[in-house]
Write a protein that binds this ligand. Structure first.
Ligand code: HAM
Length: 417
């Protein structure tokens, strides 16, 4: 019978890789809590319409990348490709987005996009996602960016570039969009890739985001969106930048940063590493003031970002798993119950360790103890069983001592493990 394998782009993750993910989540929780975020858990499956309305029907995510299928009653469901739309749905449904209050939530979990898998790009990937609903003030944008950078710094990640842009608002962006469209029409069309020729008509800003070298070159002198920002958007963006400067957070203004999801207005940003190849964007986000009302909620501004955990993990050194305190070696079947109970007692007291479930020879037991990486081996053989003792072997020095069973706990707890 053929063996079954995981689906392409879906990965299994054992320790120590999984330890890195746990560590990233722990640091995230600590930093996000400091900024007033609490955890929200939302479903992995949502009605497809949520993403069409939330992300935008013209985006690559909605057009090409969603895992969408009918349920048993024929309703169209989608595995969430990102967290924001689901978080908005939850906050609207549970009355958490009153326009005069601030709601800060973070989520963590798997997202699903049918993309071509490569290094740093999976079909099931994991995001840490923060959303802040309520504030219209630019200080909220600056706070979010600072928090994102503080989090990445707390993970000890270096050489990251924070790239920022302002996509304007519903009053100034259409003017820029038209100007850009006109400008793109003036280019030799055969120099643009097929996607860009289509995007030019449906969503011309996305042309600026094309990775095809020919398109990049041809559009190098495209008009800058910041030049088309209205005075309010400009003032908002300038305050964000000023606060970043005052907080000592370096940034680069990237005129071509447009993001792949349609809900953004004003501040948008990405945090990029040049150390993981083509998929170097470790985090992205921005402001989405119209999204909540677009999804049927009250007119509440909002902003947020998400980090790709797999990409963060690629930048981090492998974590060394914690060393167990003991390995209990049973050399005589008669001693098994005593050993079993002693091990439970040690664990109840907070020590970590394992035991061999069947009696083995000394040689084989010591091999197991070595493999487990334990600091001490506890040996219970025929003699120890008869005398009510345990032999304690220091696995680093090889030194052995015999001690009464009731003393094992105090001895191990007292040892500088
Ligand atoms: P996004 O830029 O689509 O934004 O994704 C955020 C991050 O998720 C990316 O920067 C990347 O690190 C990671 N990511 C995306 N796709 C993949 C993939 N196929 N494989 C591995 N990692 C991936 C959003 O999702 C927005 N919802 C962020 C946001 C929150 N904006 C406002 N609030």
């Amino acid at each position: 019978m053929s063996t079954l394998t995981a689906i392409k782009g879906f990965e299994d993750r054992f320790s120590p890789e999984s330890d890195t993910f746990t560590y990233i989540e722990r640091v995230a929780r600590e930093i996000f809590f400091r900024y007033g975020y609490t955890e929200l858990r939302t479903p992995v499956l949502e009605h497809t319409e949520l993403f069409c309305r939330g992300i935008g029907t013209e985006t690559d995510v909605v057009q090409k990348e969603m895992y969408t299928f009918p349920d048993r009653k024929g309703r169209s469901l989608t595995m969430r490709p990102e967290a924001t739309a689901g978080v908005m749905r939850a906050c609207i449904e549970h009355g958490r987005c009153a326009p005069d209050a601030v709601t800060k939530v973070f989520t963590t979990g798997p997202m699903f996009r049918y993309e071509r898998p490569q290094k740093g790009r999976l079909r099931q990937f994991h995001q840490l996602n923060c959303e802040c609903l309520g504030p219209v003030e630019p200080a909220a944008d600056a706070e979010l960016l600072i928090m994102a950078m503080r989090f990445l710094t707390a993970l000890d990640l270096k050489d990251l570039s924070l790239q920022v842009n302002s996509l304007g608002c519903p009053s100034c962006r259409p003017v820029y969009r038209e100007r850009l469209h006109q400008w793109l029409c003036s280019l030799p069309q055969d120099g643009l890739c097929e996607d860009c020729r289509r995007r030019m008509e449906t969503n011309p800003l996305r042309v600026l985001d094309c990775k095809v070298p020919g398109c990049k070159e041809l559009t190098a002198d495209a008009p800058h969106i910041l030049d088309a920002n209205c005075p309010d958007c400009r003032a908002h963006f300038e305050t964000v930048l000023r606060l970043l400067e005052k907080a000592g957070v370096p940034y680069v203004v990237n005129h071509r940063l447009v993001r792949g999801l349609d809900y953004y207005v004003r501040t948008t940003f990405e945090i990029v590493s040049d150390q993981i190849g083509a998929q170097g964007t470790v985090a992205g986000g921005g402001r989405y003031d119209g999204l909540i009302s677009q999804l049927g909620g009250p007119a509440t501004p909002g902003l947020g970002f998400a980090c790709g955990m797999e990409r963060l993990a690629l930048l981090m050194p492998e974590r060394t798993p914690a060393r167990p305190d003991f390995y209990m070696a049973v050399l005589d079947e008669a001693a098994r119950d005593d050993a079993f109970l002693l091990v439970q007692k040690l664990r109840d007291a907070g020590l970590t360790g394992e035991m061999g479930f069947t009696a083995r020879s000394m040689k084989s037991s010591m091999r197991q103890a070595g493999k487990s990486g334990a600091r001490y081996a506890l040996i219970l053989g025929t003699d120890e069983f008869a005398a009510g003792t345990v032999t304690l072997k220091d696995m680093d020095s090889g030194e052995q001592t015999s001690l009464p069973q009731p003393e094992v706990l105090s001895r191990l707890s007292g040892a500088s493990l």
